[in-house]
Design a protein around this ligand. Structure first.
Ligand SMILES: Nc1ncnc2c1ncn2[C@@H]1O[C@H](COP(=O)(O)OP(=O)(O)OP(=O)(O)O)[C@@H](O)[C@H]1O
Length: 342
């Protein structure tokens, strides 16, 4: 009975601390918060003005004395203080809406972050009132969230393509056998699109526009029905507003570089995978997670390049958060079985 009441009020939470967005999962419930990883602050005083969705709206539109930053960039913590403020803000936001006890918090972090960065993340969560803090590498959390049976003695490959990083890991017996991280993912795709418009059409478009184009007509493999979109921007030469008609075929050209880099890191990881485990991958293939994996035709392209089966996880954007949630549930099992063994 006590255990039941405890879990009812405990608010234990899992957090996907992503470079593009932060997701919070509450144990026994679901994902309760999903906001961009953006902090807006006064330039001189560093006073925080807004965090999350409100701050994202300010990106690129801020007056001179306000800056809106992404505290986690390229899979590392670019601004410690802003990261801490953001973690504290999101934990409190979720926590205050609910009840009572200090929660246990599981945080999915990019596997490339340093010990110092890990400590900073842990301390921020503790300061926000966490009773216990566990850090889990994003590829591990993504694999759990994608439903990969990570404890089995058979290898699986997860490729998690987020905003700032692509993380590739081969997992077997609950551990990462080979893991690689690359600073090329969804953000870099946006950047390539910006460059393409500038070079080919002298058109200046902002980050938000390039992301919208990517999501609406982005493609990396021929589509059954190709797509078209009118894109508005500013002419680099005349300075006047201009519209360009963009197609999904052209998007494949625009996205060549980042996609090539992602294929290369996957191939390098495969090359370093021990033969026995590589053999497992022939059957089990590659599972894709993260928002960047939603680009049209990626499974088909990767299957062609690696000659392995490639599948998209269910709801790729929430894999890491759901993985941290599943890890929370596991924590209880571990504790219960420890007690039973006493
Ligand atoms: N339908 C879509 N097609 C293509 N890209 C998409 C789509 N939906 C989201 N994205 C991209 O996914 C990226 C964000 O993915 P996600 O939220 O998984 O990243 P993150 O976990 O915050 O980042 P990281 O894993 O690098 O820490 C963004 O670049 C976004 O543009």
């Amino acid at each position: 009975m006590f255990n039941y009441l405890f879990s009812l009020f405990s608010n234990d939470m899992g957090i996907d601390l992503g470079t593009a967005s932060v997701l919070v999962y509450i144990k026994g419930q679901d994902i309760v918060l999903r906001e961009p990883s953006v902090v807006a602050m006064e330039k001189d005083t560093k006073k925080v003005l807004a965090i999350g969705s409100e701050a994202k709206r300010m990106l690129g539109k801020t007056p001179a004395n306000i800056i809106a930053i992404r505290p986690l960039r390229d899979g590392v913590i670019a601004d410690f203080e802003a990261t801490e403020r953001m973690i504290r803000y999101f934990i409190k936001k979720v926590h205050n809406r609910r009840t009572l006890l200090h929660p246990r918090v599981v945080i999915g972090v990019p596997s490339g972050i340093t010990e110092v960065e890990r400590r900073a993340v842990r301390e921020s969560a503790e300061q926000a009132g966490a009773r216990e803090v566990y850090l889990i590498d994003e590829p591990m959390a993504a694999a759990i969230g994608a439903g990969i049976p990570i404890q089995e003695p058979e290898g699986s490959m997860i490729v998690d393509i987020g905003g700032g990083t692509t993380e590739v890991a081969v997992i077997s017996l609950g551990g990462m056998v080979v893991a690689k991280s690359l600073n090329v993912a969804g953000d870099e795709m946006n950047e390539s699109i910006v460059q393409y418009f500038r070079k080919k059409y002298n058109l200046i478009v902002g980050d938000n526009t390039s992301e919208e184009v990517k999501i609406k007509i982005g493609s990396v493999y021929p589509l059954e029905k190709e797509l078209v979109m009118d894109v508005k921007g500013r002419d680099q030469v005349t300075g006047l507003p201009k519209t360009v008609r963009m197609t999904s075929e052209e998007m494949r050209i625009a996205l060549t570089e980042p996609v090539k880099a992602i294929i290369e890191v996957i191939k390098n990881t495969l090359e370093e995978t021990p033969a026995e485990i590589a053999a497992d991958l022939v059957d089990r293939g590659i599972i894709l997670s993260g928002g960047g994996s939603l680009i049209r035709g990626l499974p088909e392209l990767l299957a062609q390049e690696t000659e392995l089966p490639v599948n998209l996880a269910d709801d790729p954007l929430t894999c890491v958060a759901r993985g941290t949630g599943a890890f929370l549930e596991e924590l209880d099992n571990i504790k219960v079985s420890r007690k039973e063994n006493l």
